[in-house]
Design a protein around this ligand. Structure first.
Ligand code: AMP
Ligand code: MG
Length: 417
């Protein structure tokens, strides 16, 4: 498995923009996944590991798009009355061929026999015994699904790096593919750090708080299709953090921690990472978020997320998401797509940095998209995240938002996929 080049997160710039940070992540994040074959019933939402070429035409043969009567258009041009000489049903084709002046009864999906190229819908004809009366105005080739009109044999149908949604699985099934080459799942090791943390289910002691970040980030990683190794809570002790990270680096492609990366006496993640790899504090012009710790432990990628839950989730969505995209082999074009709506609020903003606010996108009574912002913006306010259905993004240039201004919004549904 090709891993990261040495010290690839080094970054000489003092302060970088969001775009610069993402560019550098995209450069570093080449897939470290292997390819495995999985059966098609297990391939849903996995990432395709190889280009897929159609080994056959789809549909494999010309067939009917409707229930009705099939004939040669030349016969129909001569006479609007044709003699029915047989029937072709899905899975039970007509074995003969259809001559001039003749037609056959046909059903949706049934093969079109030799001598037929056009089908009239059953609703549009009148039948008396063997005689079928056709209306004026039918078009040459009507209701004829041609062989290969969906996929041509030999054509590239899906590219490596494609997420296999229901429709891609349908496409693979349509060419009879049952073993699908997919990238192996990215192995992500997850830690929380802090002596104040305890697990939900533990007795709550004075001075402790429940670990929230690990559960948020875990769920996010599950959605991203990662294989998660949950290493639990690390105490604020250098030796413990160092040993745990070294072990995780042997077992994982990417290590994520939260907390412990500020410069306080109890913040040991920095020293622990530096002891076994490299760590760089990227100063990105964003709010919320302090410097984002990016690095390597041995050859595993490392990201130290901020401890404050809102900052941890926002940084995971904005920076870890593209890192995981690249490392797991997913095509970068699968980037999150924003929507736009009218601001319902007034806000002054410091230009020169990107801000993400917890927002709610809604449609007002005039059918216009409107975006509200949460009343509190502290980075420990988890209820702002549960209230929101996405993140408002205010770009570097913005210095003020007024009610009615069009603003950019990333629905969580986009950021979670
Ligand atoms: P730190 O970066 O370790 O100084 O943490 C910053 C703040 O985030 C402190 O108030 C921590 O208690 C809090 N915090 C750190 N990790 C977590 C976590 N996993 N869950 C909830 N809060 C956390
Ligand atoms: Mg801490």
């Amino acid at each position: 498995m090709p891993r990261l080049p040495n010290d690839c997160f080094a970054n000489s710039a003092d302060m970088i923009s969001v775009d610069q940070a993402r560019e550098q992540i995209a450069k570093v994040a080449n897939t470290c996944a292997d390819i495995e074959q999985v059966s098609i019933d297990k391939a849903g939402f996995r990432i395709l590991g190889e280009d897929i070429i159609a080994n056959m035409d789809v549909p494999p043969a010309g067939n009917s798009a409707v229930d009705g009567y099939a004939f040669s258009f030349a016969s129909y041009q001569d006479s609007k009355t044709l003699v029915c000489v047989g029937r072709s049903a899905a899975g039970a084709p007509f074995s003969g061929s259809v001559q001039k002046g003749e037609c056959i009864q046909i059903f949706t999906g049934a093969l079109l026999p030799a001598g037929c190229n056009t089908i009239a819908m059953v609703e549009d004809v009148t039948v008396h015994g063997q005689k079928v009366f056709f209306p004026e105005g039918l078009k040459d080739g009507a209701n004829h699904r041609k062989a290969g009109e969906d996929l041509k044999k030999g054509s590239l149908i899906l590219k490596a790096g494609t997420r296999l949604r229901p429709q891609e699985l349908g496409q693979l099934a349509s060419i009879g593919k049952c073993e699908i080459p997919v990238y192996t799942k990215l192995k992500v090791g997850l830690f929380s750090t802090g002596d104040e943390l305890c697990n939900p289910g533990d007795a709550h002691k004075p001075g402790s708080i429940f670990d929230t970040n690990r559960f948020m980030i875990r769920t996010l990683l599950e959605n991203y299709g990662c294989c998660i190794q949950d290493y639990g809570i690390l105490e604020d002790k250098l030796a413990t953090v160092k040993d745990a990270l070294a072990k995780a680096a042997d077992e994982c492609d990417l290590i994520l921690t939260s907390g412990g990366v500020s410069m306080g006496d109890e913040d040991h993640v920095k020293a622990a990472v530096e002891a076994t790899g490299n760590l760089h504090f990227w100063r990105i012009a964003i709010k919320p978020g302090r410097p984002l710790a990016m690095g390597q432990v041995k050859s595993a990628a490392f990201v130290g997320l901020p401890g404050n839950p809102v900052a941890a989730l926002v940084c995971a969505l904005q920076f870890v998401r593209p890192l995981i995209t690249g490392l797991s082999g997913l095509n970068m074009k699968d980037a999150a797509l924003p929507v736009f709506g009218k601001s319902s609020f007034l806000m002054d903003k410091k230009p020169g940095r990107t801000e993400w606010l917890r927002g709610r996108y809604r449609i007002n009574e005039q059918n216009e998209p409107v975006i509200d912002k949460y009343s509190q913006d502290g980075s420990g306010i988890i209820s702002s995240l549960t209230w929101a259905n996405g993140l408002i993004e205010l770009g570097e240039d913005v210095n003020r938002v007024e009610p009615g201004n069009m603003i950019r919004f990333y629905p969580f549904t986009e950021l979670f996929k």
